[in-house]
Design a protein around this ligand. Sequence first.
Ligand code: C2E
Ligand code: MG
Ligand code: MG
Length: 270
Amino acid sequence: MRVARVRDACQRGIELTVRPVFQPIVELASGRIQAYEALSRLTDDKGSVVRPDDAFAAAEAGGYAAALDVLAIRAIASEAVRRLPPGARLFVNVSPATLLTCRHALKPLQPLADRVVLEITERRPIGRDEEQKFLRTLDALRSIGYRLAIDDLGDGYASLGRMLTLRPEYVKLGQSLVGDVEADPRRMAMVGSMVHFGARSGTTLVAEGIETQACYETLRGLGVELGQGYLFARPSPEFGGGGPPGGGGWGPGPGGAGAPGEGDDGRQER
Ligand code: C2E
Ligand code: MG
Ligand code: MG
């Protein structure tokens, strides 16, 4: 497995090792794998695991998001260009700061551009003066084949208004909308209205963090098209995962929640 290293100079003067893992995104109606989300796993120079959320948030706050994204994308592309299964798309997280200041970070993904969906997470709002440049950049990326997703709708700064300005091909519903949806009529109503919006606007919905059969069945019943979560498969260095839809359920077994992957703390089990 190739690794990439970045010097986390702004924070602690340590070196980070970055390694990609991939989590399947399945069509809820059929159970077929349509795509994989690439996620980075980081360790420091003592071999301790660094939480991705913390690392990418710190990078953005410290002004070195692009440096970390460059390393992550290089590591992801070195695996995906060779091994992404035919027909599957690849969802790749990227910070707005990287798109604004360092578009060449995406270069290693260029051979896959028309299969890549760039997931944009806004951890803080983009300044007004940069908004037009940001929108022009997204248009330029679309013109060379990339598609766009808003990540974590319902969490943080991923607001409804962003779906109007960014016109993403995909919207990912975050944990705050998906978690316990089966037990909460208001969440159900909100997800249902997003399904309606998606159908009217040509936006594909992806529900994140599906952990239980009840959650899966509720989202499928509401008409959400795609989903990902531990119920189907945990992120893994391999492009694997998947399992039977409905019927026998996704429980433990090949590709199910008990399949080889990683523990809750992000460490690999193998
Ligand atoms: P995200 O992009 O929203 O990724 C989804 C997170 O949910 C991942 O956490 C994934 O492992 C986790 N997850 C997947 N299924 C389930 C589930 O069923 N239940 C629960 N509770 N969690 C689930 P992870 O890998 O720790 O990443 C956290 C965040 O760090 C990501 O959130 C993303 O914002 C950021 N990140 C990770 N890798 C990269 C990267 O390569 N580039 C950038 N820019 N950000 C990254
Ligand atoms: Mg994401
Ligand atoms: Mg997300």
